[in-house]
Design a protein around this ligand. Structure first.
Ligand code: AMP
Length: 142
């Protein structure tokens, strides 16, 4: 498998070299909004460890990501009054992965509303700021 590339965009977010709409951080993980959300409140959860995907991450680091995704799912349901949550995680080009730092998608869902196609719509900063604020408030109330 190809080696981890420290110049991938999520590694740059982790190093603070490019901004993100952060909603949660702990010693092992970072959660931030997808800027091309497939549903309102679409969050990405990443490990701080430099893993390309599920094929090279340690079981412990993957468990940290899953724990944070679990926390975000519960907050997202409250923040967006969601009827459901979709969690997705893609690995390698053949598995649908586009950014090669492991990430878990957490997407609030409304009954009867389809997900947008991946990377089809860049959300505005105003909407992303509002969604981050709502998620942070729901996480704080948990
Ligand atoms: P995938 O690798 O297929 O699981 O998808 C990568 C995801 O990263 C897509 O949903 C993109 O919209 C998202 N994405 C790409 N660049 C950024 C960025 N700078 N900030 C937040 N999300 C991003």
């Amino acid at each position: 498998m190809t080696a981890y590339d420290p110049e991938n965009i999520f590694a740059k977010i982790l190093r603070g070299e490019i901004p993100c709409y952060k909603v949660y951080e702990d010693p092992h993980t970072l959660a931030f909004l997808d800027i091309m959300p497939r549903s309102p409140g679409h969050v990405l959860v990443i490990p701080k460890a430099p893993a390309r995907n599920i094929l090279d991450i340690t079981a412990d680091d993957f468990a940290h990501v899953a724990r944070t995704a679990h926390k975000i799912a519960s907050a997202a349901r409250k923040a967006f009054n969601a009827d459901g949550i979709t969690v997705q995680q893609f690995n390698e080009h053949a598995g649908g992965q586009a950014v090669f730092h492991l990430h878990m998608h957490v997407m609030p869902r409304t009954t009867g509303v389809a997900l947008l196609p991946p990377m089809s719509h860049k959300e505005t900063p105003q909407v992303l700021e509002d969604h981050a604020t709502r998620l942070i408030a729901a996480l704080g109330a948990a």
